[in-house]
Design a protein around this ligand. Structure first.
Ligand SMILES: N[C@@H](CCC[C@H](N)C(=O)O)C(=O)O
Length: 268
């Protein structure tokens, strides 16, 4: 069976999009997702995104990391989905309902409200998630925020100097995080958040939309920046709006790079 796909990007974070809204797709397992995402033997992507019908929203969006794990939220892919859909939409994800509005060259997305309780992150045991009494080498006292998916955020003097390729996997797999974690390191220069992200189930990426949301929320909450916050990642810039008690609004670009098809049996 040949399956059409669209390859899309959000600030260099790249996605294979499968559209099963009108024609149903074969059952997608983690093994198939990981095989498609493999950059050497598959098509290659950071996340595989599957659109499906929904009973509670205009359609549903499923998200698989490059390692095949199914996860709750993906900010950059949400903007890509808005571009692909081409109209406002309420979208069901396993992290909650999000609302997409296409803009010129990208999208504005209501990502829903952040959560801060230790068991909503989730953490293994109770603690203050705005200043966690934990450390890994020189990285200490992070904040944790769940924006549909779980994030830990370290504010540091120089985010470029952090050996995130070494510490990222150690923190991602620490037993403190029973569902693993996305690891963000940020510094603030001239009112702009400079962010690098080690993504759960992927590794270092050029950008992470939910990482930008979680980091901006933590920075606004600590009074380090004002809303709207500008977040600069290696792949480009996002604008994040948030005030206490409200949804997070993310705005930024998305692009389509090509359309193609693959033989399902080659990956199943
Ligand atoms: N690339 C993403 C986040 C994708 C999911 C994440 N790796 C997780 O495991 O939660 C984004 O742009 O938000």
């Amino acid at each position: 069976m040949r399956i059409p796909f669209t390859k899309m990007h959000g600030l260099g974070n790249d996605f294979i999009m499968l559209d099963g809204r009108s024609n149903s797709l074969p059952d997608l397992t983690s093994a198939v997702a990981a095989a498609l995402a493999n950059r050497h033997t598959g098509i290659g992507c950071d996340q595989l995104i599957v659109l499906e019908p929904s009973n509670t929203a205009d359609f549903a969006m499923r998200i698989f990391n490059a390692d095949g794990g199914e996860v709750e939220a993906c900010g950059n892919a949400s903007r890509a989905v808005a571009l692909l859909h081409g109209a406002q939409a309420r979208v069901e994800t396993s992290g909650g309902i999000i609302e997409l509005s296409p803009t010129k060259g990208g999208a504005r997305v209501d990502m829903g409200p952040p959560r801060f309780d230790w068991d909503a992150i989730p953490l293994d045991y109770p603690m203050d998630t705005s200043a966690m009494p934990v450390s890994w080498d020189d990285l200490d006292t992070p904040a944790a925020v769940n924006v549909g998916n779980p994030h830990v955020i370290f504010f540091v003097r120089d985010s470029e100097a952090v050996p995130l390729d070494r510490l990222g996997p150690i923190i991602e797999h620490d037993p403190l995080f029973p569902e693993r974690i996305n690891v963000n390191v940020a510094d603030i220069r001239d009112g702009t958040i400079h962010l690098r992200v080690w993504e759960r189930g992927v590794g270092l990426t050029k950008a992470c939309g939910t990482g930008a949301c979680a980091t901006a929320v933590a920075a606004i909450r600590q009074g380090l920046v004002a809303s709207p916050a500008t977040v600069r990642l290696p792949g480009g810039v996002l604008t994040i709006e948030w005030e206490a008690g409200s949804s997070i609004i993310m705005e930024g670009p998305a692009t389509e790079s090509y359309r193609g098809s693959f033989e399902w049996d080659d990956y199943a």
